[in-house]
Design a protein around this ligand. Structure first.
Ligand SMILES: [Fe+2]
Length: 236
């Protein structure tokens, strides 16, 4: 990182690998110089507009956030862990062009492990020709893919799909829901929060072998079982 940002990420060690959980809801794997993001759902607002729901468009904001993160980490590869787009025809040309420009500007390999919303891979390939589509990616010791249920539990997986969130106490009589990273030791899976700004959240129940790391503003921190891991603050 360049030291000029105001983010407070959190690092964990899993399978002997240092992983940085970043408050922009992305995962940085320094040893491989891979940046992972899940569930952008680009064009979701456009889908809503078609059904008469006048929500603001956020795809270009999400791509601007992504560009900022690429500047911070300068990765070798960018892996989209599925649901890059929200609907069959929701990716508009400006967003597609912006993705291609990111690839050119940062000279990264861009890989998509498709999700259940990435229905029209032919259109995606036409609009973003630099995108490599792989059902899943094996990057020892991790399997990268959209849905951990498509992975054998014997392999450690890094995935998206769930849009995990947790409820965090914010006062003696108040609590709030926040997106989170979720490390489930029973399922052998690390799940990323949804990167997209206009996405839903699935609230997780606490469980003995589940560590959660909520994202609150510019900070990621260990919560519940996650607070036992001993890596409290601020990797660089
Ligand atoms: Fe999703």
């Amino acid at each position: 990182m360049n030291g000029t940002d105001n983010f407070n990420p959190h690092q964990i060690i899993w399978k002997d690998q240092r992983l940085v959980l970043h408050p922009e809801r992305c995962l940085w794997w320094p040893a491989r110089r891979i940046l992972m993001v899940a569930d952008l759902h680009l064009g979701k607002a456009r889908s809503f507009h078609k059904h008469g729901i006048p929500v603001p468009e956020s795809s270009m904001d999400d791509i601007a956030r992504l560009r900022n993160i690429l500047q911070i980490f300068n990765p070798r590869e960018l892996v989209f862990l599925g649901d890059l787009v929200h609907d069959r025809d929701s990716l508009e040309e400006p967003a597609a062009r912006a993705l291609t420009q990111l690839r050119d500007e940062f000279r990264i390999t861009m890989i998509l492990t498709p999700g259940n919303h990435d229905l029209d891979l032919n259109s995606l390939a036409r609009l973003v020709p630099c995108l490599q589509v792989e059902k899943s990616v094996w990057m020892n010791p991790f399997r990268l893919l959209h849905n951990s249920e498509d992975c054998s539990g014997s392999e450690a997986s890094i995935c998206g799909h769930v849009h995990p969130g947790v409820r965090v106490r914010t006062g003696s009589h108040s609590s709030a829901r926040f997106p989170c990273f979720a490390l489930d030791h029973d399922k052998n899976t690390l799940t990323l929060p949804a990167f997209g700004g206009f996405t839903g959240m699935h609230l997780l129940e606490t469980a003995p072998n589940l560590e959660t790391y909520p994202v609150v503003e510019n900070t990621v921190f260990p919560h519940g079982n996650g607070s036992k891991d001993g890596f409290r603050k601020n990797p660089r």
